[in-house]
Design a protein around this ligand. Structure first.
Ligand code: GDP
Ligand code: GDP
Length: 437
């Protein structure tokens, strides 16, 4: 587990910051009772990273020489053990010769060090921040550990500097986008897949014929990597219609499970059927990205009013997938087929997107200030803090006073505001409400 140490002269507020970060509303805390007798550390989870936070103030030995020596010893220890170091100074006392000395030690280290100035509770202290740039550091984080100001911005950067823990693939700069093409038989899935693979800009990677993966087709389009899931299943032919229908639904559900983005094929000539909605419902339930492809558009009457009404009807029937773009196409005539991969990767990028905790909380504060949360059983619903817990799809945890009583209309409102603020209009977004304890 990664280790983050807080260092600084006595009384700058190390324990206050430590305690704030350990509080349940900010972090899930495991107590590690007495890792060693004089060590104050806790395993905390912040922004989906778990790490050991160390308050070097807790190492103080009352019999050990002067404060200066003692602090020096703590810093050396932190540098040895930590993956990242938070250096704290005190805006109220101003720049201190002791700070200079510690910074001198820290600068020799290869480890990421974050320089923060604490006790910036208001404008009065903000004026003193500038003098800390005399330390010659690149960035200063002003904070008030006592009031929680600036703490998210600091911790977002600290956690980002840590070695990746889980969601390793999510850190990958060019992750493979798993795409499932699903729909009822005869909607044109194989025609679309063939059209996609037949495009000039598509590079189909050679597939070893023996493994299970043989039915998945890796392709590269403009440098982005895609995996078309179960393409062999799509191409298989020659079963009775009824049997095919049943098999295809089960196959579809399996493919959806393995995918990031689903292309849901609908036959324009038949309109949206219950079977289509059934598959769509599963996509929604599984929280996958989705593109609704209305195929065989070439065979549709082109009267503008009919077209508009038809598309409104599709939107209405798939209203539980409000984020899914609808594209009309002709797989047979290869019309608008070239739009498919770019749309899929736009959906995936949103599906895979992470925003900082600082940003989430700024938006939460703005939104709840603009539209005051409703009263629930006579009590005002109150939000304390929020963070993005995961991606694929983006999932946010909101700490509040009455999580069980949030009305779905307010949840939908918050979801829409988050979508808009974070550029997530084409991906499902999940909110999880937790009681602050
Ligand atoms: P440590 O010795 O570095 O661990 O410092 P402490 O956390 O014990 O804090 C020293 C003193 O500074 C205490 O009286 C705290 O209440 C106070 N303090 C800590 N953070 C802040 C802050 O953000 N603003 C103000 N005004 N006081 C603070
Ligand atoms: P699948 O069962 O979903 O894989 O569907 P197929 O790709 O096998 O297509 C079923 C039938 O629909 C075939 O006869 C195709 O030629 C036809 N088809 C597929 N795409 C289109 C299209 O865009 N326009 C028209 N008019 N027919 C299409």
């Amino acid at each position: 587990m990664a280790v983050v140490a807080i260092v600084g002269r006595p009384n700058v507020g190390k324990s206050t910051l430590f305690n704030r970060l350990c509080r349940k509303r900010h972090a899930l805390v495991d107590d590690l009772p007495g890792v060693t007798r004089d060590r104050l550390s806790a395993s905390i989870e912040y922004g989906n990273r778990r790490f050991l936070l160390m308050d070097t103030g807790g190492f103080t030995d009352p019999d050990a020489g002067t404060f200066a020596e003692e602090t020096r010893r703590q810093v050396l220890l932190a540098l040895e053990e930590a993956d990242a170091v938070i250096f704290l100074a005190d805006a109220r006392t101003g720049l201190h010769p002791g700070d200079q000395e510690l910074v001198g030690l820290l600068r020799k280290s290869q480890k990421p060090v974050f320089y923060a100035v604490n006790k910036v509770d208001g404008r009065e202290q903000e004026k003193h921040i500038a003098e800390f740039y005399a330390l010659g550091v690149e960035k200063i984080y002003p904070l008030s550990a006592a009031h929680g100001l600036g703490v998210y911005d600091l911790m977002d950067d600290v956690t980002a500097s840590l070695p990746p823990a889980w969601e390793d693939d999510a850190q990958d700069e060019n992750p493979e986008i798993r795409v499932a093409v699903v729909g009822r038989p005869n909607t044109g899935k194989s025609t679309l897949v063939n059209a996609l693979l037949g495009e000039e800009r598509v590079i189909v990677s050679p597939v070893p014929g023996t493994t299970r993966d043989a039915v998945d087709t890796p392709v590269e389009v403009q440098g982005r990597r895609f995996l078309l899931i179960d393409t062999a299943g799509i191409r298989r032919k020659g079963r009775t219609r009824q049997k095919l229908e049943k098999i295809s639904v089960i196959k579809a559900l399996e493919s959806i499970d393995r995918s990031h983005v689903v292309i849901l094929m609908v036959d324009a000539l038949e309109g949206v059927t219950d079977q289509d909605l059934h598959i769509g419902g599963y996509v929604q339930e599984r929280g996958r990205g989705c593109l609704i492809a209305v195929n065989k558009w070439d065979a549709m009457p082109k009267e503008p009013r009919t077209v508009r009404r038809f598309l409104e009807d599709v939107r209405e029937r798939f209203r539980f997938l409000p984020h899914a773009p609808i594209v009309t196409m002709s797989a047979l005539q290869k019309k608008r087929v070239s739009r498919v991969f770019p749309m899929v990767w736009e959906i995936f990028d949103q599906f895979n997107k992470r925003v900082t905790t600082g940003m989430v909380n700024r938006v939460l504060v703005n939104v709840t200030a603009k539209h005051e949360p409703p009263l629930v059983s006579g009590r005002r619903l109150k939000f304390y803090y929020a963070t993005q817990a995961s991606t694929r799809p983006p999932t946010f945890v909101l700490f509040c006073n009455e999580p069980q009583k949030i009305h779905f209309s307010y949840e939908r409102f918050l979801t829409n505001q988050f979508r808009e603020a974070f550029g997530m209009d084409k991906t499902p977004v999940r909110l999880v409400f937790r009681e602050r304890s």
